[in-house]
Design a protein around this ligand. Structure first.
Ligand code: ADP
Ligand code: MG
Length: 345
């Protein structure tokens, strides 16, 4: 490493952030060093941060009046800037070498944002980054980061379609020549699937369950279609019987969950169809050849790829590392700040 590089490393640090509604990931020196739920627990009396990430997630549904759990990026928008900034600060402080007491290096950051956010929200994200000692901030839109992180060529005269199903939003984008040609972002994604399951159990069985249990059911047995290869075993669940308030337990099969998720999946199908119909014909021809790529935690729902493939008549494949594709792509962008003209300053 040359002297110039060493000085650069002391005075500035480069980080890539995927600010997801469900999970925040940070890449530093080619490594993912933060991969945690976008959740923060605050003591309302003192405003002190009690926990972030996994620890804060575990507190969910178990707090008393003095502890408040925030998901500052709920539903695909930044619901609370101050809290979001506080959370990002905690995450950045987890990076070794950045939280130096004597000397805090300034940061060069590339931050991935949902493609549906407004100019005002973009401004706010940049302001927050500047409060955190960022000297240069670049923004990258989610479909672009997901495509790059999935190893797709984004700068060629070839169309690629990527669907990123996260916690709060589903983002469909068609990418070619280093830009997003058409896109659609809807606020139906993994967290809505979770709510669908809780709602279904309440309606059908008068069973009241918490969000964490609902998410576990979704991950353990959730499916988009009946006809899947690895059918999961029934699971045993516990909740509260609504009329009596007593604890209640029951077994649940994967088949039962499918209709509960149907309405939300239809909304995702519609968004994909709309994006396809807005795709210029030359690019559509490319997509017919390569198929559609899918990323994000929500894309892991069993059989969702097959269902979307049936709906579109195209092949649909999950990218290699669906939960990390976006941060990886943001990390690649960080290394190519000069070359990637689509980064927003
Ligand atoms: P975001 O980018 O919005 O932070 P992620 O891409 O990290 O979202 O995905 C988070 C969502 O994926 C959550 O709703 C989570 O419940 C869901 N998820 C994670 N793993 C699975 C799985 N195996 N099956 C279904 N959903 C999953
Ligand atoms: Mg994401």
């Amino acid at each position: 490493m040359g002297l110039i590089n060493i000085t650069k490393n002391i005075f500035t640090q480069e980080i890539a952030i995927d600010l997801g509604t469900a999970n925040t990931l940070i890449m530093h020196r080619n490594k993912i060093i933060v991969d945690l739920p976008s959740i923060i627990a605050i003591d309302v009396r003192t405003n002190n941060v009690l926990a972030v990430g996994e620890e804060a997630k575990e507190m969910q549904g178990k707090t008393h009046k003095n502890i408040k759990i925030f998901k500052p990026l709920k539903d695909g928008v930044i619901a609370d800037y101050q809290v979001a900034e506080l959370m990002i600060k905690e995450f950045i402080n987890k990076i070794p070498g950045i939280n130096k007491k004597i000397f805090t290096p300034s940061l060069i950051m590339v931050i991935c944002i949902p493609s549906g956010i407004t100019e005002v929200e973009k401004r706010a994200v940049k302001d927050s980054a500047q409060h955190l000692n960022a000297k240069e901030v670049y923004l990258i839109e989610e479909p672009m980061a997901a495509a790059i992180g999935s190893g797709l060529s984004v700068t060629k005269a070839e169309g690629n379609m990527i669907i990123d199903i996260g916690g709060g939003t589903t983002e469909c984008g068609v990418i070619a020549l280093g830009g997003i040609v058409c896109k659609k972002s809807i606020k139906i994604a993994g967290d809505v699937f979770t709510n669908d399951i809780a709602y279904f159990l309440k309606n059908k069985y008068n069973l009241y369950i918490g969000e964490r249990t609902a998410e576990k059911i979704k991950i353990d047995i959730g499916a988009a279609i009946e006809d899947i290869d690895d059918t999961p075993d029934d699971i045993h669940i516990q909740g509260i019987d609504l009329p009596t308030g007593k604890p209640k337990e029951m077994n649940l099969s994967y088949q039962e969950i499918i209709p509960a998720l149907d309405k939300s999946i239809v909304r995702i199908e519609d968004a994909v169809m709309e994006t396809l119909s807005n795709t210029p014909p030359e690019l559509a021809a490319d997509i017919y050849k390569t198929g559609i790529y899918m990323a994000g935690g929500g894309s892991l729902l069993r059989g969702l790829d097959i269902r979307l493939s049936k709906k579109t008549g195209l092949s649909v494949s999950l990218v290699e590392d669906p939960l990390r594709a976006v941060v990886k792509g943001t990390g690649v962008a960080l290394k190519n700040i000069d070359k990637f003209t689509f980064l927003m300053k």
